[in-house]
Write a protein that binds this ligand. Structure first.
Ligand SMILES: Cc1cc2nc3c(=O)[nH]c(=O)nc-3n(C[C@H](O)[C@H](O)[C@H](O)COP(=O)(O)OP(=O)(O)OC[C@H]3O[C@@H](n4cnc5c(N)ncnc54)[C@H](O)[C@@H]3O)c2cc1C
Length: 435
């Protein structure tokens, strides 16, 4: 029950918030009248889809606020972002069907009416809706269909512009003559929800430099480890950011050569350290550029976020599985955990011997703490790490909690096999390195 109110409470609230307007709509007018004629059936669907679409859109904007409380109510910021993406697509579908159903309603009376409804200049309220719809359609088509080929920063910019679509959609829903204008409760509900969505958007996007709390750090050491990993240590210039084992930050370096974008990285330092440290694998333009950082460069750090901690599970007999750079949250755990109660097997999987950049250090920690067993997994020799191989080495898998961090494909296939192999879903915890 407690887990429901932490992990799933947020999902429950955003679902209710998105669909509640239908409840108000149902009681506004008898259903028999709502569905009396072909025209009214299509019009009703159009209204309901519009109401849900706009409420969900407000919820989607709210979810983009990247608030720390999301960790608690969505079981991690990553999950809040997953929900944000999922509901974003769904909101768009509802909004898309809103004018289509209304057009069908007019079509059922006389086909030319449908065309003039869709394309003829009309009242301000309708035109606001058209503008909002067009902005949303163009941006979402770009973001959904070209997500893999457009640069992350352009994708992010197109996302930011969605606020304008919401603004026009909001004007449309508040000024149009409809159930919203006649039902006071519905009107206030939509107003409050829209205000929340807009406030979140203003907080995160328009007023970001002033509204979002960030900590100022200074790069103190830069260390290249292995072929493509760079370790960056930063010292606080003002107050020190508090964080827990396994958490991550968004960091933006004040450096013209690297770029000021903000990117997420897990902390590999221990919460007791005076400094913070990250390890970044070069995987794209930004991370490749990190080698150009200089000692003394300033960094703005937002966080810390995330709930991916071995302390999260009551079961202290654990298996940790790291794929490549997915080792980072486990490094902070290995360094900062109170090892008295834990017994952990860490499977550290990497492609070839030179990629196991933290193996030695982990083996040293293992020698000190005693309760940590490190199992290197060189996939070039042994193939990809999988449930069946782990089971051969460990017959007590079912009694353990499993923590996985690495590429999404690895997480998904391991999770599936562990569940099929009898491990309870609630004992599997994972962290994906993408949002
Ligand atoms: C919770 C979390 C923790 C992470 N921890 C680490 C870590 O400890 N070490 C490490 O090397 N990597 C980590 N990453 C991944 C790291 O953030 C990305 O590799 C990096 O942002 C890629 O940027 P790029 O421009 O070099 O690559 P690109 O090729 O531009 O991006 C590759 C992918 O990374 C994601 N990405 C890019 N930019 C951002 C951004 N600004 N914000 C969010 N996602 C973005 C996108 O999904 C993109 O498709 C973490 C990611 C997350 C979500």
């Amino acid at each position: 029950m407690k887990k429901f109110f932490t992990g799933n409470f947020g999902v429950f609230i955003v679902s209710v918030a998105s669909f509640l307007p239908v409840f108000f709509w149902i009681f506004q007018e008898p259903i028999s009248i709502r569905f009396a004629t072909t025209f009214s059936v299509f019009r009703s669907f159009g209204q309901v889809f519009g109401l849900i679409g706009m409420s969900m859109f407000a919820v989607v904007l709210f979810l983009s606020a990247r608030l720390k409380i999301f960790d608690k109510y969505f079981d991690g910021l990553g999950r809040a972002y997953d929900l944000h993406h999922f509901l974003g697509g769904l909101a768009f579908s509802f909004i898309l069907f809103h004018p289509l159903f209304l057009a069908l309603a007019y079509f059922s009376m006389a086909p030319p009416l449908a065309l003039s409804f869709l394309f003829y200049p009309s009242t301000f309220a309708i035109n606001y809706g058209r503008i909002g719809f067009l902005i949303m359609a163009i941006l979402l088509i770009l973001t959904f269909y070209y997500k893999t080929s457009i640069k992350y920063q352009n994708w992010k910019l197109s996302h930011k512009l969605l606020g304008a679509a919401f603004f026009f959609g909001g004007l449309h829903s508040l000024f149009i003559t409809s159930d919203i204008s006649t039902n006071v409760v519905l009107r206030w509900y939509i107003l409050i929800l829209s205000a929340l969505g807009l406030a979140a958007y203003i907080y995160r996007t328009l007023l970001y430099p002033f509204s979002v709390k960030r900590y100022l750090y200074k790069v103190s050491t830069i260390r290249k480890i292995g072929n493509d990993v760079i370790e960056i240590t930063m010292l606080p210039l003002e107050s020190k950011m508090k964080y827990k084992i396994g958490q991550f930050i968004f960091v933006s370096f004040k450096s013209d050569v690297v770029g000021k974008e903000s990117h997420p990285f897990s902390l590999i330092s221990s919460p007791d350290d005076n400094f913070i440290r990250i390890a970044a694998k070069s995987s794209g333009d930004y991370t490749k550029n990190l080698t150009n950082l200089s000692i003394g460069d300033l960094a703005e750090v937002e966080g810390a976020f995330g709930v991916f901690s071995p302390e999260k599970s009551k079961n202290k007999n654990q298996i940790w599985i790291a794929g490549g750079i997915g080792i980072t949250p486990f490094l902070s755990a290995a360094r900062g955990l109170d090892w008295k109660n834990f017994s952990v097997d860490l499977y550290y999987s990497f492609k070839e011997e030179s990629d196991g950049v933290y193996l030695k250090e982990l083996q040293n920690i293992s020698n000190q703490v005693g309760n940590l067993k490190v199992v290197p997994w060189i996939s070039q020799d042994k193939g990809k790490i999988n449930f069946y191989e782990i089971k051969k080495l460990d017959s007590k898998i079912k009694d353990k909690s499993i923590f996985i961090c690495g590429p999404s494909t690895m997480i998904e296939s391991l999770k599936k096999d562990f569940i099929n192999g009898g491990v309870s879903k609630k004992n599997i915890f994972s962290e994906e390195f993408s949002m």
